[in-house]
Design a protein around this ligand. Structure first.
Ligand SMILES: NC(=O)c1ccc[n+]([C@@H]2O[C@H](COP(=O)([O-])OP(=O)(O)OC[C@H]3O[C@@H](n4cnc5c(N)ncnc54)[C@H](O)[C@@H]3O)[C@@H](O)[C@H]2O)c1
Length: 366
């Protein structure tokens, strides 16, 4: 196989970026852009010097692989039609709308040994890649993913829109089945939950607290991991990894401040980080972006036939966990009584105001 013939199906907010990146790869021939909105497909196709289509079926005989960034509702039907013809697929996250659909896609891909990748792009964040090279046995994880209200992806809520990224990352780090899920969430603007917190307990004893919000004034994407080996913190926006580990001396002899006299105790306060707890800040910015890395990886899998870093099974497992979280959100009792308000749409009425609007100036919202 020389140049790999590819197409992008769905060229909205994200798909147009897939098209831009793929059209820049020397070893890819972007043979088509598909969108049900043909006028829009034409604009993107012209920009990428390729042909516009309004039906993905027209490309079955023309492509070696495909990238699907249509709305989630259509992932299953479009991905299935390509996989059934033996064509490798990269499908955006979440893999599908239902688990049964995800299972079907995984099975079709597996039966033909086809590369089938799911677009959990944070796995290609260089700070996360760096973390996965470290020996880490997570025991407590905290993740926060806050985004501004965009008005997009209103067919799904914050769990499938945002939190699913962290669910995939956490599952890939912990590698143990989730035993218990407790979650609560509130709907603020749309028909789905906009802010959610979930507490997950894994069979290996690890606990994770996962928060996602799509109504925050400022973006924030962080993951913190506490483990016997030390602490790891990722700022996904800054692409920075912070590592803290006990010094060799502390590992060997421990550190008890009770045995210290007041002067040495005072000194300890200043020496904790650096001397006793060694700290390393890694700036992981690379010269390529995550989407380029993700698509480059997929193209490499298509070329070599090897299985992708984020498989269909991974996408399916993240969706399965998201479903459990959504079910738990629906069961949350806001006032602790059996008859009281339940679920994301039923937060009790406010008892008062936090401030008057004229106090708003100069505020610094979290
Ligand atoms: N990995 C990420 O970080 C990330 C970020 C944003 C969106 N997404 C996912 O990407 C997908 C697309 O999201 P978006 O924000 O780009 O949506 P969007 O609405 O901006 O774009 C979707 C495009 O698909 C087209 N479309 C609809 N049905 C189609 C069909 N049957 N065939 C071809 N084209 C069709 C629409 O006309 C539109 O242009 C969603 O599944 C979303 O969850 C992933």
């Amino acid at each position: 196989m020389n140049r790999i013939r590819m197409a992008v199906v769905g060229v909205g907010h994200l798909g147009k970026e897939h098209a831009r990146v793929l059209s820049s790869f020397a070893d890819v021939d972007l043979v088509g852009i598909v969108d049900v909105n043909y006028q829009h497909a034409k604009v993107i196709a012209d920009r990428c010097r390729t042909t516009a289509f309004d039906n993905h079926e027209d490309l079955f005989d023309q492509v070696d692989a495909v990238s699907i960034a249509a709305p989630t509702l259509y992932h299953h039907a479009i991905a299935r039609s390509f996989l059934e013809r033996g064509i490798p697929v990269l499908v955006e996250k979440p893999i599908t709308t239902t688990l049964a659909q995800a299972d079907e896609l995984v099975e079709i891909a597996a039966s033909q040994n086809l590369p089938f990748q799911v677009g959990h792009i944070e796995r290609f964040n260089p700070a996360f890649e760096e973390l996965t090279r470290k020996p880490l046995t997570p025991k407590l994880i905290e993740s926060e993913r806050h985004g501004p209200f965009t008005g997009r992806s209103t067919d799904i809520g914050a769990v499938l829109d945002l939190m699913i990224h962290d669910l995939d990352l956490i599952l890939s780090l912990v590698r143990s089945p989730v035993r218990d899920v407790y979650a609560l969430g509130a709907q603020v603007f749309g028909g789905h939950e906009d802010i959610v917190n979930a507490r997950l307990t894994f069979e290996n004893g690890c606990v994770a607290s996962v928060t996602a919000s799509r109504i925050s004034p400022r973006p924030k994407r962080k993951l913190r991991v506490w483990a016997p080996e030390g602490y790891a913190g990722i700022d996904f926006v800054e692409k920075r990894l912070t590592l803290v580990q006990p010094s060799d001396e502390v590992r060997r002899y421990g550190l008890s401040q009770r045995q210290l006299d007041p002067n040495r105790r005072e000194q300890l306060k200043q020496d904790v980080f650096g001397k006793h707890m060694e700290t390393l800040e890694l700036d992981c910015v690379r010269d390529h972006d995550q989407l380029t890395a993700e698509l480059r990886h997929f193209v490499g899998c298509v070329r070599s036939g090897r299985m992708p870093r984020v498989t269909g099974e991974d996408g399916r497992d993240a969706l399965a966990l998201a479903d459990r979280i959504l079910a738990s959100v629906q069961r949350h009792h806001w006032d602790g009584t059996v008859d009281g308000p339940v679920g994301p749409k039923a937060m009790p009425p406010a008892e008062g105001k936090l401030f008057e609007p004229d106090q708003e100036e100069g505020r610094d919202a979290a």
